[in-house]
Design a protein around this ligand. Structure first.
Ligand SMILES: Nc1ncnc2c1ncn2[C@@H]1O[C@H](COP(=O)(O)OP(=O)(O)OP(=O)(O)O)[C@@H](O)[C@H]1O
Ligand SMILES: [Mg+2]
Length: 242
């Protein structure tokens, strides 16, 4: 479905991705983990068309995405829930949801999906007319995900959806991701929460300073505890010893 081949990208003199290759097949839940600064968000921004790679190729369902605008990439079926749940704080929950659907012309379908989001995420129904900024962190995260879903993406990319959430909300977010995948959405998930990601992903990529360090099914990666432990420190080490 998505093919990333030998992508190089960065910010001026800073090279953040040094030849990254990755693929996501339809229906998969693929995890992308790695230490701070490894290049995870940069890779997502590059796939979403926010950042232009200096080398390499990205194709989605066989067609190149290079040179397309972020909006065009969204139209092709790839939505991004960016790092730090960037919702519009002064707009209502309903307005935020509607903004996720600006690429759509089927007004009736949009209204139906808004209702469906309020069923899937009941808090959004309850807070529908309230400003997004008044929601709690976990509620805003649900809104950010629901907004991305309003474009009806075939591939949903999520950048650290559990960041900053309390343990219960982290559980909720992971349960929601599993549900999303069950409903047929293909997911590329960036997470610092390695253990939880290994639990739910079909395959996982470990990124280290702009390169793919290793890739495989969770069981394979679990066997490479040293590698994973070396780059992810405590999180992994603690849980393995326990
Ligand atoms: N706007 C920017 N300008 C300059 N350098 C940047 C910019 N954004 C990221 N970088 C650099 O690019 C590298 C990769 O950053 P990136 O945000 O992709 O990492 P990450 O894996 O998402 O990290 P984290 O887990 O902390 O979110 C880092 O060295 C970072 O300092
Ligand atoms: Mg990041």
């Amino acid at each position: 479905m998505l093919n990333v081949e030998n992508i190089h990208a960065g910010y001026g003199a800073i090279i953040a991705l040094r030849g990254v290759s990755l693929h996501v097949e339809a229906g998969e839940l693929v995890g992308l983990v790695g230490a701070n600064g490894a290049g995870k968000s940069t890779l997502m921004a590059t796939i979403a068309g926010v950042l232009r790679p200096t080398r390499g190729e990205i194709t989605f369902e066989g067609q190149s995405l290079l040179g397309l605008s972020p909006e065009e990439i969204l139209r092709r079926g790839i939505a991004l829930v960016p790092e730090g749940r960037r919702i519009f704080p002064s707009l209502t929950v309903g307005e935020n949801l509607r903004l996720g659907a600006t690429i759509r012309r089927d007004q009736k379908g949009v209204e139906r999906d808004i209702e469906e989001m309020c069923t899937r995420f009941p808090i959004l129904g309850k807070r529908f007319h309230q400003a997004g900024g008044t929601l709690s962190g976990g509620e805003q995260q649900q809104l950010a995900i629901a907004r991305a879903l309003m474009s009806r993406p075939r591939l949903l990319m999520m950048d650290e959806p559990s960041l900053g959430l309390s343990p219960i909300l982290v559980d909720e977010v992971f349960a929601m991701i599993v549900q999303l995948r069950a409903s047929g959405v293909t997911v590329l998930l960036v997470e610092q929460n390695v253990e939880r990601t290994l639990d739910i992903a079909d395959r996982v990529y470990l990124l280290n300073t702009g390169r793919v360090e290793c890739e495989g099914v969770p069981e394979q990666l679990r066997k490479q505890v040293d590698i994973v432990g070396a780059y992810l420190g405590d999180v992994r080490g603690r849980e393995v010893s326990g």
